[in-house]
Design a protein around this ligand. Structure first.
Ligand code: ADP
Length: 419
């Protein structure tokens, strides 16, 4: 089967977000974790490569993204899409800009990137190049407090401009409302002025549909489409079929929730969880990680309801922890611990269904479990899906990798219900 849409995602929850959305739009999707080495899928029109490159050193983010693009192109993928976060999570060093520059260099000379983080279904909208989260500017949302990528500038043209030496410009909403031909004409005018990265305003799905139509009407060798799940799903709406997705059942086995996200929505989901909770303490992990990990695994093994192991904390507590241990060390202690707990719970205690909160956290856990491929089984909230996977030991697992700010407040309670 031809791969109509290939996506290179900078984290695993972003990949699952796209997979959930494009499946709903009628394009069967497969997530490959890490740069794919094996053969192309025989029955998926959309392949999403999940990297862990959002906060990686710039050179490894670039190298892995380019390596993935070359594999995907070798499979004959018709279009490659650069997927980043709908809140443009990045730092002044990157990695969105450097990865876009490198992927452009793989295309024809003079190629441009065209994209938008806008995802109206998740209440992310772009206006005048400024990104909104719900009713607030990005910089006034909880994303300004993110532990690794605090977003304090809402002007995405300026943010991306700091990450690339190429010119960046945006297409205003009035032009987007004029439709695909007007968008294409504006992009051509910008290209003629030397602009290489074009960001599109979008406030509803019709805007994304217009952008998708504009993108599908140009030579795929001359543009790099990119953005968050919104535009990828709009592309899938045009490329997908009406055929119903196959029904996939959950494997038998015990459930577990692991939370390493500090996002506002995850904090509410942790508070609403009605089962037993084990709180991971970063100070204790720094002193001797083996002790708290063993305690957490014992807690999981003896739980009588869905157990939650959580490092989730409020911004003041995260700040104190980061001041003591450094943000990178604190994050790696938490991610390493949750990953080892997951692997031991699967290996020794019959855990087969795991809901993970947090993008970086999910990447660490997938790597420790040795999972290579995910197929969407059931979408449970916008951008959140149970997926079928096989771990390094050949065990069938049911995994849900949820971005920190995704899902309704009761998600940890009702995610387990099968309809
Ligand atoms: P999100 O999807 O909400 O952005 P991530 O997992 O991507 O979640 O990022 C949250 C980061 O914060 C992770 O790297 C995690 O290890 C780190 N973290 C989680 N809890 C704590 C804590 N209590 N102290 C310090 N860092 C933490």
């Amino acid at each position: 089967m031809t791969v109509e849409l290939a996506v290179i995602a900078d984290d695993i929850t972003g990949a699952c977000d796209v997979a959930a959305g494009v499946s709903g739009a009628g394009l069967d999707a497969e997530v490959r974790i890490g740069v794919p080495g094996a053969a192309p899928p025989s029955d998926a029109a959309c392949v999403i490569v999940a990297l862990k490159s959002r906060t990686a050193p710039v050179t490894s983010a670039v190298d892995e993204s380019v390596a993935a693009a070359r594999v995907l192109r070798g499979w004959g993928a018709r279009r490659i899409y650069q997927k980043y976060c709908s809140t443009f999570d990045s730092t002044d060093a990157g990695n969105i800009g450097p990865v876009a520059d490198a992927l452009l260099a793989e295309l024809a000379p003079g190629a441009v990137s065209i994209g938008t983080p806008a995802t109206p279904a998740a209440r992310r909208t772009m206006h005048r190049g400024h990104l909104f989260v719900g009713d607030r500017l990005l910089s006034e949302s909880s994303l300004a407090q993110h532990p690794l990528t605090p977003m304090r500038d809402p002007d995405i043209v300026r943010v991306l401009g700091r990450q690339t030496s190429f010119l960046v410009a945006s297409v205003p909403i009035e032009r987007v409302h004029q439709g695909p031909a007007a968008i294409r004409a504006q992009v051509e005018a910008l290209r003629a002025r030397g602009v290489r990265h074009v960001l599109l305003d979008a406030i509803d799905d019709a805007d994304l549909d217009a952008a998708a139509a504009a993108l599908l009407d140009v030579d795929p060798g001359t543009v790099l489409p990119g953005g968050a799940a919104g535009l990828a799903v709009a592309l899938a709406r045009r490329l997908g079929s009406d055929a119903a997705s196959p029904v996939r059942h959950a494997p038998d086995g015990l459930p577990l929730i692991l939370s390493g996200s500090a996002s506002e929505r995850t904090r509410a989901q942790v508070a609403a969880h009605d089962g037993p909770v084990f709180v991971l303490d970063v100070d204790a992990l720094a002193a001797d990680a083996d002790g708290p990990i063993a305690e957490a695994v014992d807690f999981v093994a003896s739980a009588s309801a869905v157990p939650l192991v959580s490092a989730t904390a409020d911004p003041a507590r995260i700040r104190r922890t980061q001041e003591r241990w450094g943000a990178v060390r604190a994050a790696s202690l938490v991610e390493g611990a949750l990953a080892r707990i997951a692997a031991q719970a699967v290996e020794h205690h019959g855990i087969r269904r795991i809901l993970v909160a947090g993008g970086e956290t999910s990447g660490a856990i997938a790597a420790e479990l040795g999972v290579a491929t995910l197929r969407v089984r059931r979408v449970i909230a916008p951008g959140v899906a149970w997926t079928t996977a096989t771990d390094a030991g050949g065990r069938a697992l049911d995994l849900c990798f949820k971005s920190g700010n995704f899902g309704h407040e009761q998600l940890f309670v009702d995610a387990w219900e099968e309809s």
